[in-house]
Design a protein around this ligand. Structure first.
Ligand code: SAH
Ligand code: SF4
Ligand code: F3S
Length: 447
């Protein structure tokens, strides 16, 4: 039994998307207030929490593997409590609760983090699994200040949940309905972040541009956030193609603080598949939106997400996805093999009938095409002058190269110099690979 009276040490590991990263910061804040301490060495922890993702099958397997590994590592003499947080907690609650081989002490879904202190105590006191996976229509954690790591960028969740029910996707079930924080509340937090020295904020939401609070929409929020002094850059992710009114595009185009980068998830390039996915747009509408974005926001960087091998996708339909990728020339793409998820509409209505070897073949062809496009687009940057923000996360990794990001979110490596994390540096692009650029800092007389 774990000693109940001493200050407990927690180790938290985060999987999945930025929303989960943000949620782990909320969890840190909630539990620090209750006198828990966070440690970076899992062997020193009394409690290990895994903040999990359920988006694809692989994510599950990794977490199960981790639980067995932790138990094995610690053995009988050095017990540890294990808690499962995040999207697996809601998606697999039954299995997590009933699987006797998987020794878990507590389970908390994405809307139950304020109850964590209680759940941990309950599990300690009773020795039974404690759990709360209730989804809320209201919880936005707007009264919690996340305990963030230092750096250039601060994540800030402005809305949570998703109402779109794309048929392949588990998120509407794991995170519940859409709800947004008030603009005042978001702006106050951004002001505080700017005072603390953060140079960039990334507004987060499962459908960030579906943000709505009373009569205020996402365009309004973006504009209000951009008025905060001291902030250099504003990003947002992930938007849905269905929510891009002209006013939002105009703000991205004209507001100097809003980065000229849009993540625009395509998912598929064939209309029958898009319809089966319930994406609510056609390939023609998607291409039309891209044209409009490029007309209004010259040089806008576009990235995307694509799923290949969705239920009943034929070779010809997949080729239409390749065709859209060729036409749009995204700067980068995240590509995924379709992975059937329990509870989703697709899992009930459509068989997962594209064989895995076909999925592998298609994703490789798609990746080859995208690599070629990214390389070509990166090469075209050579000779250009770009302003980069020196990036915290990786600045210590390598001594001979310093990483920064362009406004379009492209990685640029520069030789070491007198730069601090968070500095804006003007560089001339000197070289390019499919994944990154190289730059040389400009001297004042050159600029
Ligand atoms: N809210 C975001 C998506 C979050 S999930 C949005 O709508 O853009 C990130 C990406 O994972 C999705 O865009 C999709 O490409 C991929 N994805 C989601 N469910 C998946 C599944 N069942 N199989 C494979 N990829 C999936
Ligand atoms: Fe999932 Fe679709 Fe919602 Fe994105 S918009 S989280 S892909 S259901
Ligand atoms: Fe994964 Fe949940 Fe994010 S399923 S991608 S952690 S919203």
């Amino acid at each position: 039994m774990i000693n109940n009276t001493l200050q407990k040490k927690i180790f938290i590991e985060t999987y999945g998307c930025q929303m989960n990263e943000y949620d782990s910061e909320l969890v840190r804040s909630i539990l620090k207030k209750e006198n828990y301490e966070f440690v970076t060495d899992e062997l020193k922890a009394d409690i290990v929490m895994l903040n999990t993702c359920a988006i694809r099958e692989h994510a599950h397997r990794v977490v199960y593997g981790r639980v067995y590994h932790i138990r094995h590592l610690r053995g009988k003499d050095n017990p540890v409590m294990i808690g499962i947080l995040g999207c697996m907690a809601t998606n697999l609650r039954q299995e997590l609760l009933e699987n006797r081989n998987l020794k878990i002490d507590f389970i908390a879904g994405p809307d139950s983090y304020k109850r964590l202190p209680q759940l941990i105590r309950e599990a300690m006191d009773t020795g039974q699994k404690a759990y709360d996976v209730t989804l809320s229509e209201f919880e936005t954690y707007s009264d919690i200040t996340p305990s963030r790591k230092e750096g250039v960028n601060a994540w800030i969740a402005v809305m949570r949940g998703c109402n779109n029910f794309c048929t392949f996707c588990v998120v509407p079930y794991t995170r519940g309905r859409e709800r947004s924080r008030s603009p005042q509340n978001v702006v106050e937090e951004v002001r505080r972040l700017s005072d603390e020295g953060f140079k960039q904020v990334t507004l987060l939401g499962q459908n960030v541009n579906s943000y709505r609070y009373e009569d205020y929409d996402f365009a309004y929020l973006l504009e209000e956030v951009s008025k905060v002094d001291g902030l250099e850059r504003i990003r947002f992710t992930s938007p849905h193609p269905k929510d891009f009114p002209d006013r939002l595009l105009e703000i991205v185009a004209n507001n100097p603080k809003v980065c000229k980068h849009i993540h625009l998830p395509l998912q598929a390039g064939n209309n029958r598949i898009l319809d089966l996915m319930n994406r609510t747009y056609t390939r023609e509408e998607f291409l039309g939106l891209v044209d409009k974005m490029r007309a209004l926001i010259p040089h806008v960087a576009l990235s995307t997400d694509i799923i290949i091998g969705f239920c009943s996708e034929t070779e010809a339909e997949f080729e239409e996805t390749l065709d859209v990728v060729r036409r749009v020339e995204f700067d980068s793409a995240f590509t995924f093999k379709y992975s059937q998820r329990k509870g989703t509409i697709a899992s009930k209505k459509y068989p997962d009938d594209v064989p895995d070897n076909k999925k592998t073949d298609r994703i490789m062809r798609l990746n080859d095409l995208q690599k070629e496009i990214s390389y070509r687009k990166n090469q075209a940057h050579i000779g250009q002058v770009q302003e980069i923000l020196i990036d915290a996360a990786s600045a210590n990794r390598s001594q001979d190269q310093i990483p920064g990001r362009t406004d379009g979110n492209q990685l640029v490596m520069i030789p070491p110099g007198p730069y601090k994390v968070g500095d804006l540096v003007k560089v001339r692009i000197t070289d390019a690979t499919p994944h990154a650029l190289k730059g040389a800092p400009m001297f004042p007389e050159e600029t």
